[in-house]
Design a protein around this ligand. Sequence first.
Ligand code: T46
Length: 132
Amino acid sequence: MSLMQIVDFQVLGDDRGSLVALETGKEIPFDIKRVYYIFGTNPGVARGFHAHKALRQVAVCVSGSCRFVLDNGRRKEEVVLASPNHGLLIEHMMWREMYDFSEDCVLMVLASEHYDESDYIRDYDEFIKEAS
Ligand code: T46
């Protein structure tokens, strides 16, 4: 199975433009406890470089684009997020790295838990040990 679980969102459009609605239990397969977004990323910057023990997330590039690399400890895959119509479901115990943020990138992330630094695995060797 692909590591890249892309969720297609329904776009409600009319002559005014477009609207996407995201709801727990519909497009988002967990209770949304937190929303954050990353923007104004400087050129050449890479982010992420960690996994989460329990956190589940859906990442949406609501503007611009960026590249995600996901790694489950056995293999790595990458995808470019470039549409507000799709979300990337990132399950727990998945190492993630983000690259190639466009200047206009706004990366919105819906998260299943409140922020908790103790849920992060920021050391790749530790991640590989825990993932195996
Ligand atoms: C992830 C990827 C996609 C908070 O105080 N609250 C928060 O909700 C978040 C997400 C971060 N922070 C603090 C922790 C750090 O001092 O903001 C600072 C930057 O966070 P971090 O270096 O973890 O950012 P990224 O872009 O490397 O990773 C973030 C999320 O942390 C992470 O869960 O999956 O985006």
